[in-house]
Write a protein of this length. Structure first.
Length: 133
């Protein structure tokens, strides 16, 4: 393995995997009040183990993807993407530091492209900031 691949592995594990695990652990704290923490606590108290897992799985996947995109947004992971048309783009530069927001937002990539379940914890914020004529 080259030193560059080793650096990539170390960065990926630190900024994506470990960050997602730490976020999940924070959601399990008795003092946690985030929407995810509240959803998990409710499911843990009310659901059968399989149903609890159905609540946890998309949250954990989304959190991991969020941290991957955040690492790209912040320049911790410099990644280029080769599009189907052959154009190669620097995701940090082209993403304008917004990839993680574009993914998690109410009208974001999950809503637009996913065929699987997810919970939109920000759906109640839609329209609050619109200006009335």
């Amino acid at each position: 393995m080259t030193p560059e691949i080793e650096e990539f592995a170390r960065t990926l594990v630190r900024f994506v995997r470990d960050a997602a695990v730490q976020s999940g652990d924070r959601a399990l704290l008795p003092t946690a009040r985030s929407p995810v923490a509240k959803r998990w606590a409710k499911a843990a108290n009310e659901e059968a183990p399989t149903d609890l897992a159905r609540v946890l799985i998309p949250d954990v996947v989304d959190e991991t993807i969020f941290y991957l995109l955040q690492a790209i947004d912040q320049g911790s992971l410099r990644i280029a993407y080769a599009a189907a048309n052959g154009k190669v783009v620097d995701l940090t530069a082209e993403g304008l530091g917004e990839l993680s927001g574009w993914f998690m937002g109410s009208d974001g990539w999950r809503a637009k492209y996913s065929k699987e379940r997810f919970t939109d914890d920000f759906s109640d914020l839609r329209g609050r900031h619109s200006s009335a004529p």
